[in-house]
Design a protein around this ligand. Structure first.
Ligand code: HEC
Length: 491
């Protein structure tokens, strides 16, 4: 391909089109731009071609990329198709000072196929990435036929994340060539690791792609460009190189793979199926490319399908029913002296009940001579918190008639750290009593416990939720269901 015209150093760079050209509008429809001279400018993510009359301007879909030309003013390049290669394709590139470039790709015929980049050429979910690969001459240099667009030079070979139950890496295996997400409900892990294998980009080139040395690289998730950070602490993802790594990375023996680790926030935000698009390109200065346009962006696509629980609230489905069980709600609804006296049916008077402030709020506690502390509710397990007491109504934790969203918000704002939550659920004998024992004091019998009736099983339900930073269900009923912040009387 040859560059037909370069017009540098203009505030308003122009191009002249000699033939009518079909482009894509931002909405995916066809735009036929007639022959003429146009001023070219960037309009957000698009290119605007302006004829003499500004109001007749054309807005064109464009691919954003980077360039290394040292320019002070915008530069526009028109690349017509060439006989034998891809005669139909026509490109308008706008290079901006600072390194951004925008390319609108069009055609003379108006026929867009997968050979042309642009929105219509993106692989849609379910479509298999094309795996016909160009042959390479040498192992360490990247020689890509510039006419091949959207070839999946990389493809997904590994997907793993830490399992919140076992706390070990969980390796996903594709079934019938399709990847399915293996996380449960909305318990999204902090990091999602994808391993990509290339059949023809080997050796140092992979390191260079990751380091962005001589290459540009971009990862999109469901269309959004993810910000590459240096590690797990910032950005939307980070990338690296891995060699000969078995599970969980699944980079085959004798090969080198590229991995991308996506942080929870963008992973959670994407609406499944998750569509990962790994794009890279070689950075070439046009001035050094001998009149050739820089190699095209190459893209690999991976589709990860949701499973049956994906996105559903774990708290609502698994934890909320526990809170609603009468073993929890009965004690939590004894929030006044009157309620407690009534419950005790004559064996306790209001004068025997004290009001004791705690870090969380006001409790109704034993004023003396009450039944024994609850300690041995789970044989072999000791607890820090072993007093029989009830939360005052003012704490706002009478769980009856409260939504899952309310309870979750309330609990995670009172117990707002991993340690506070873990401590409460592991070390509170009242909770253990409700889920494991149910034995009433003073030989008053045994009440049914919260299923499955085992404290250790109960913790296996709670702990994974805490591990993944205790996600809450969304409010559905509006402000009236928001928790009311109750200021404890001791503050
Ligand atoms: C014997 C009475 C009793 C039983 C039974 C009981 N709790 Fe509680 N619960 C309390 C008291 C008292 C507090 C307040 C503790 C404090 O102020 O430190 C409390 C506090 C809580 C809190 C902290 C809430 C907040 O926002 O401050 C949670 C969560 C909780 N209980 C959950 C449960 C669950 C779940 C069960 C059933 C499995 C249960 N409780 C059974 C008495 C009980």
């Amino acid at each position: 391909m040859r560059v037909s015209s370069i017009l540098a150093g203009e505030d308003n760079p122009t191009i002249t089109l000699e033939r009518p050209i079909h482009f894509l509008a931002p909405d995916g429809s066809d735009v036929l731009v007639p022959p003429g001279t146009y001023t070219v400018e960037k309009a957000e993510a698009w290119l605007r071609l302006i004829p003499d009359e500004r109001h007749n301007a054309f807005l064109l879909e464009a691919e954003s990329s980077s360039h290394e030309e040292n320019i002070e003013k915008p530069l526009v390049i028109f690349v017509p198709g060439e006989e034998g290669e891809s005669p139909d394709m026509q490109m308008v590139m706008l290079l901006l000072p600072g390194g951004q470039s925008l390319t609108a790709t069009g055609s003379l015929s108006g026929i867009r196929d997968r050979g042309l980049p642009g929105r219509s050429a993106r692989l849609s979910p379910g479509m298999k990435p094309q795996l016909k690969l160009p042959t390479l001459q040498s192992k360490d240099s990247l020689q890509i036929n510039p006419n091949i667009f959207n070839v999946a030079l990389f493809h997904l070979v590994g997907l793993w994340h830490v399992d919140p139950w076992s706390l070990k890496p969980h390796t996903v295996n594709p079934s019938n060539g399709k990847w399915f997400w293996s996380g449960a409900y909305d318990l999204y892990p902090r990091l999602v690791h994808l391993t990509w294998l290339s059949q023809n980009i080997l050796g140092e080139d992979i390191n260079k792609i990751v380091a962005k040395e001589g290459y540009g690289m971009e990862l999109r998730l469901n269309g959004n460009v993810l910000k590459q950070g240096p590690n797990a602490l910032s950005g939307d993802f980070y990338a690296g190189v891995i060699e000969n790594a078995g599970a969980p990375f699944n980079c085959p023996q004798g090969t080198k793979c590229l991995f991308t680790t996506i942080l929870r926030t963008p992973w959670k935000k994407a609406k499944p199926p998750w569509i990962g698009e790994l794009t890279f390109w070689k950075k070439v200065k046009i001035s050094e490319a001998g009149g050739k346009i820089p190699p095209q962006k190459l893209k690999a696509v991976a589709v990860i399908h949701p499973n049956q629980t994906t996105g559903k609230s774990y708290f609502k489905e698994k934890i909320f029913p526990i809170f609603q069980h009468s073993r929890c709600t009965t004690c939590h609804s004894l929030g006044s002296k009157e309620a407690l006296v009534q419950r005790h049916n004559g064996i306790l008077s209001a004068s025997g009940i004290a009001e004791t402030p705690t870090a969380l709020g006001l409790n109704l506690t034993c004023g003396g001579g009450c039944h024994q502390a609850i300690a041995n509710v789970v044989p072999g397990t000791t607890f820090h918190e072993t007093e029989w007491k009830a939360p005052h109504f003012g704490m706002g934790i009478d769980w009856r008639n409260k939504t899952a969203a309310y309870i979750c918000q309330k609990v995670t704002s009172s117990l707002s750290t991993h340690a506070a939550l873990t401590n409460h659920f592991h070390e509170d004998a009242r909770i253990a009593w409700a889920v494991h024992s149910g034995v009433l004091p003073l030989n008053k019998g045994t009440l049914p416990v919260v299923p499955p009736g085992d404290f250790h099983q109960f913790l296996k339900i709670i702990d994974p939720w805490i591990f993944v930073d205790y996600p809450c269900p969304e409010y559905q009923l509006g402000l009236s269901q928001m928790p009311i912040t109750v200021i404890p009387p001791n503050r």
